[in-house]
Design a protein. Structure first.
Length: 482
């Protein structure tokens, strides 16, 4: 029998690794481009050869600090690196430089909308910096399985964000990640792509009886490469643990992997936590007030503030302002289009109802398309001049995402031009009226519904290209004078 989930409450905390988009690695001058050809970006420091001394990257500390400010954290006056000791083929030096005892920042929060749409703050326990490990690539050579090591990622700068166990449902965990991603992208410190691996999420899940405070043994789930997967994995794990408890089995601390094809979690290993000892080679980071003030000034306008400003400055519907502010490049695009003469309410409506859904469908960022504010403004001006109608404008907009050329050229090429020519429209209307004498008679007897029917026929005869306003005028005029 499936367990009664109302008996239990899920307690969810997340640990999120985010790769900072710095030019170089955390402790050396090698390029921070883990996706390049294997082992292109290595040196004695990031190959972890004995005796090589790490040099902390100032840019990595700046980007990490920007991220912490975007998450409303308090930066520690003093933070320091520890050696987190464990041995694994992707970490041959035997320890990872990470901030365990003195993290970079503490006590932040991210705001989400809960299932009823009410704002809810989810707390962040701390944020620390650490170096990434190398990447293991498993292949076969002849019949033998072999493992290769790619050191491009070794020493790449990461921050790890550890939340409080504040989330109670897959929905809240997914909303948290979306909101976190928006804040971090806006801060300019990371691309935060689960698909590309620049954001990696571990979820800690335990169950308890609602109303009790105790935190039970948690299970860690890894290997989710989309926000949707995180939600699915948490939902699956909640049911699995409830079934264990119903059977009277105890839950042990361990790590499980999400299998996106089978849509289940499978046990991976006992969770291992090695000792952490202070590292003597990297200097302590001391926050200087003047430095921090300068970083604070560099923090771009954050989504919540941007939404408020756009709504007030351009008199927009709040939902449209909020939606555009989630993506910094979309909000910039909106303001650029308005700067080119598009009416703010028109630009906002087209961006939120046509452009943003199209980008989501294509899984593309605005910058990856060929649409520019200039071309967008050009298209909407064709619409305003009634040279194309709204349906055609929408199709042309979609074409412009992947196609060069002025809006006029694309409109002409695709035959989207609206027919406004009086003589052409008159012939259309006259033909329709001549071919439907019974309906015309009906209309003259006082059945107003026939008008829409005749209008539809005329529009169809024009293959949808007639200027609807002029067509309507012409049809009423003709019917009146019959
Ligand atoms: Zn290096």
């Amino acid at each position: 029998m499936p367990p009664d989930l109302k008996t239990y409450e899920a307690v969810i905390g997340l640990e999120i690794h985010v790769q900072l988009n710095t030019a170089t690695k955390l402790f050396c001058d090698c390029r921070n481009q883990p996706g390049d050809a294997p082992n292109r970006h290595t040196c004695p420091v990031c190959l972890w050869l004995p005796g090589a001394m790490p040099r902390l990257s100032a840019q990595a500390v700046e980007k990490a600090a920007l991220a912490c400010l975007a998450l409303h954290c308090t930066l520690a006056e003093e933070s320091a690196f520890d050696q987190k000791v464990y041995y694994y083929p992707d970490l041959p030096k035997g320890f990872q430089l990470s901030q365990h005892h003195k993290p970079l920042a503490v006590q932040g929060w991210v705001e989400i909308a809960d299932e009823e749409g009410n704002p809810r703050r989810l707390r962040i326990h701390h944020v620390h910096m650490e170096e990434d490990v190398a990447k293991l690539v498993h292949e076969t050579e002849g019949r033998s399985p072999i493992s290769l090591v790619d050191f491009n990622r070794a020493g790449a700068p990461l921050i790890e964000i550890v939340t409080e166990p504040d989330m109670r449902s897959p929905h809240e965990a997914m909303e948290f990640l979306k909101s976190l991603r928006t804040q971090l992208r806006t801060s300019g410190s990371s691309d935060c792509s689960l698909e590309q691996g620049t954001m990696r999420v571990d979820a800690n899940i335990s169950l308890r009886i609602p109303g009790t405070e105790a935190l039970n043994t948690k299970v860690e789930v890894k290997n989710m490469n989309s926000i949707r997967n995180v939600g699915d994995a948490i939902a699956y794990e909640t049911v699995r643990q409830a079934q264990c408890l119903e059977r009277g089995d105890s839950i042990t601390l361990h790590t499980r992997l999400w299998d996106p094809d089978q849509r289940v979690t499978t046990a991976m290993r006992e969770k291992f936590a090695g000792p952490c000892v202070p590292d003597p080679s990297v200097p302590v980071i001391r926050m200087d007030e003047a430095w921090l003030a300068a970083i604070r000034k560099r923090l771009p306008e954050m989504p919540a503030a941007k939404a408020q400003r756009l709504a007030a400055a351009y008199d927009l519907v709040p939902q449209q302002a909020v939606a555009m502010s989630q993506e910094p490049d979309v909000a910039d695009f909106f303001e650029a289009a308005v700067g080119r003469g598009v009416a703010p309410h028109q630009a906002a409506a087209w961006i939120t109802t046509h452009l943003m859904p199209a980008l989501r469908d294509r899984n593309q960022a605005l910058g990856e398309t060929r649409l520019t504010p200039d071309r967008f403004a050009g298209l909407l001006s064709l619409l305003d001049q009634e040279r194309i109608h709204a349906g055609a404008a929408r199709e042309v907009l979609l074409l412009m995402l992947g196609k060069e050329g002025t809006p006029e050229e694309i409109v002409a090429e695709g035959g989207f031009l609206q027919v406004s020519d009086a003589a052409e429209l008159e012939t259309l209307v006259d033909n329709v009226l001549a071919n439907h004498p019974t309906d015309v008679a009906d209309f003259r007897k006082g059945n107003p519904k026939v008008f829409g029917f005749l209008m539809g026929l005329a529009m169809k005869a024009s293959q949808g290209k007639a200027n609807p306003r002029r067509l309507k005028e012409l049809l009423s005029e003709r019917l009146k004078n019959l």
